[in-house]
Design a protein. Structure first.
Length: 272
């Protein structure tokens, strides 16, 4: 667990790979204006949180509450990234008194079902992981190029991310188990969420991991939700354009508190 920065508290829940280090750039950008708590998912070695296999997906929801207790935080803005969006949504529905606001970042929607390609990965996670790694650059090249037009910036970003990934490697087996746990979980009614909600995505043609239209499904049952598109990004906007990502989230939090920011985003914003 990490606890950095000061100001309005944010809890950032990582994606399917389960490691907070993959989002380090976003954590550092957010920490300039906020207190940021993050962690690796509790079934990751060395996470520092208990995990009971019999409890499945509930482990992650409890982990958010435990992390807040350890940090002495009563309420926070809960930020869920990709798969972490499922955890954040469930936490907000079950702990409305502890959720000041909810931000879903390129998030997997409730009721999500893996596509055929992912089903193959889930069936043979270790066998398929080399194929996943080999094909990842082709899936992500367009959005990285859009976010970082200069070759030197792209090479620097790729180098930094590869270094972080090598020090915090993903486990295909644990990722497959997380998907199965989510499929088996009975989620709370999202209409119990009373907090303001931000649905933050990249551009539809650039996100080749979680389709933007899937992330936008949250707008259907969360009446307080609004959608913001982070331009020139796809699924990786929180790290390829970390400063812009942090500005959107900070503007959202400032708006809840009735404050204004000169850089609060309005571009391509949709309210629901």
């Amino acid at each position: 667990m990490i606890d950095v920065g000061s100001g309005d508290p944010i809890v950032l829940i990582p994606g399917l790979q389960g490691r907070w280090e993959w989002a380090r750039a976003a954590v550092e950008a957010l920490a300039r204006d906020h207190r940021v708590v993050s962690f690796s998912l509790c079934d990751e070695p060395g996470s520092g949180f208990p995990c009971d296999g019999a409890r499945g997906f509930d482990n992650y929801v409890t982990q958010v509450a435990t992390a807040m207790d350890r940090a002495g935080i009563a309420t926070a803005t809960i930020v869920g990234v990709s798969y972490g969006g499922l955890v954040a949504t469930e936490f907000a529905a079950r702990y409305p008194d502890r959720t000041r606001a909810l931000a879903l970042v390129s998030a997997v929607p409730l009721g999500w079902m893996p596509d055929t390609r992912m089903r193959r990965y889930l069936r043979w996670p270790r066998l398929m992981s080399p194929i996943f790694c080999v094909t990842a650059p082709a899936r992500l090249h367009a959005e990285v190029a859009a976010a970082l037009p200069r070759l030197g910036d792209r090479l620097g970003f790729v180098g930094r991310q590869l270094w972080r990934v090598s020090r915090a490697p993903m486990s295909p087996s644990r990722m497959a188990r997380r998907v199965r746990w989510a499929e088996a979980h009975r989620f709370a009614d999202p209409r119990a969420i009373a907090a303001p909600v931000l649905v933050l995505t990249g551009e539809p043609h650039l996100d080749r991991v979680v389709p933007v239209e899937q992330s936008r499904q949250a707008l259907r049952h969360l009446t307080s939700a609004r959608h913001v598109v982070l331009p020139r990004t796809g699924h990786l906007g929180l790290v390829t354009r970390a400063d812009a990502f942090a500005s959107v989230v900070s503007g959202f939090i400032a708006g809840i508190a009735g404050r204004t920011r000169p850089d609060e985003p309005t571009e391509r914003q949709r309210a629901s």
